[in-house]
Design a protein around this ligand. Structure first.
Ligand code: TXA
Ligand code: MG
Length: 348
């Protein structure tokens, strides 16, 4: 049976944390909030504990886990070497939504890294996450706490929907802050390469360490290139309904979506629409949801996965969404949206 504990980020209940830490040390599974999405934690240094994560999520065993730490010094034990550029990125962005890939040391079992000789490491900023990592012994392997193939959880409720009965504990710290998974940068490559876009974008990274590359497979999905982060090749985040993105000048996008939605409705299909505060009132058909405001791009990132889940739980056949090429997180938002849409996009 899964224990569910509510916790207040501003005033962390130490008793809950020590119980959760005890579960991790014994090799059990604890889901916990981070600033990006909820994670499903296990002791990263116990191979059998990591194995339980794969079983609970139904995750392919070649998809490596991110190891979460709470102190920079702890990085030494799990890596072979720490490049100078990684030190600077850690200074600039840790704790925070940045994951770096290093050559791993012997301390990290291959069961945690999906058989790879590298290890992905992140120091999250959420105080509950940091306290849990400390309580659990310092090294917590944690993928997003969803069933493989479902949108990542941004509320404890999403974790419970997917994993209730399959894990030992869920720590409910309320809604996450960012709503999209961390940026991943491979520091074992020369030049360092972005494997997954996130809140920390290319420009922010280049300001600190100079030119970096972006995994070409992310930019050209039809090129047949294999993404360097094994998880990026799976059709993640896919809702049950067919999702289509419409991109272009906003008023034309609204008109096009209205026309497509009405066409589908006339043939008896159920339609969902993802708009923004600025446009929701203009849609004439279907179930319309606002993802957030274009004036505040963080609100769009934060609500994307929840809205995809809500449409998953309704029985819509088609979902039409506006595109969200926002200034800071646009690349990350569109990366997740394009994957969810199986790259179906109409450009006006
Ligand atoms: O924000 C996040 O990063 C969240 C929270 C919980 O910290 N975690 C997360 O984990 O998104 P997950 O497992 O859902 O995604 C990890 C991604 C996968 O695409 C995986 O293939 C990649 O990181 N990855 C892990 N280790 C890697 C490595 N050694 N080399 C390349 N890619 C790696
Ligand atoms: Mg995931």
């Amino acid at each position: 049976k899964t224990i569910i504990k509510k916790i207040d980020r501003a005033c962390i209940d130490r008793e809950i944390l020590s119980e959760a830490g005890e579960i991790l040390r014994r090799g059990g599974l604890v889901a916990f909030p981070t600033e990006t999405v909820y994670g499903l934690g296990a002791d990263a240094l116990q191979e059998e504990a990591s194995a339980k994560i794969y079983a609970a999520k139904g995750r392919p065993s070649d998809n490596p886990l991110i190891v979460h730490i709470a102190k920079y010094e702890d990085l030494k034990k799990i890596t072979k070497e720490i490049p100078e550029a990684a030190k600077r990125l850690a200074d600039a962005f840790w704790p925070g939504p940045l994951t770096m890939v290093f050559n791993k040391s012997e301390a990290v079992p291959l069961g945690t890294t999906g058989g790879l000789s590298t290890v992905a490491v992140r120091m999250p900023s959420d105080p509950v996450a940091l306290a849990l990592i400390e309580a659990g012994g310092g090294y917590v392997a944690a993928p997003s706490a969803n069933t493989s193939g479902r949108p990542s959880p941004t509320l404890a409720q999403h974790v419970i929907e997917d994993l209730d009965g399959k894990i030992d504990m869920v720590i409910d710290g309320g809604a996450v802050n960012i709503g999209l998974e961390s940026t991943i940068v491979d520091m074992s490559a020369e030049p360092p390469t972005i494997l997954r876009p996130g809140y920390i974008n290319r420009e922010m990274i280049e300001k600190v360490i100079g030119p970096v590359e972006i995994d070409q497979a992310l930019i050209a999905p039809d090129s047949g290139l294999k993404p360097k982060a094994p998880g990026m090749k799976y059709k993640h985040y896919a809702p049950k309904a067919e999702l289509v993105i419409v991109e272009g000048p906003v008023d034309q996008v609204v008109e096009m979506i209205n026309r497509l939605a009405e066409e589908k409705q006339n043939t008896g299909m159920k339609v969902g629409i993802i708009g923004t505060e600025e446009t929701v009132a203009e849609y004439r058909a279907g179930i319309v949801k606002s993802i957030g405001s274009r004036e505040e791009e963080a609100s769009i990132a934060k609500h994307l996965y929840r809205i995809l889940r809500e449409f998953d739980d309704s029985d819509v056949d088609f979902i039409y969404t506006e595109a969200f090429q926002t200034p800071q997180m646009g690349q990350a938002i569109m990366n997740r949206l394009l994957k969810a849409a199986g790259h179906q996009i109409i450009r006006i």
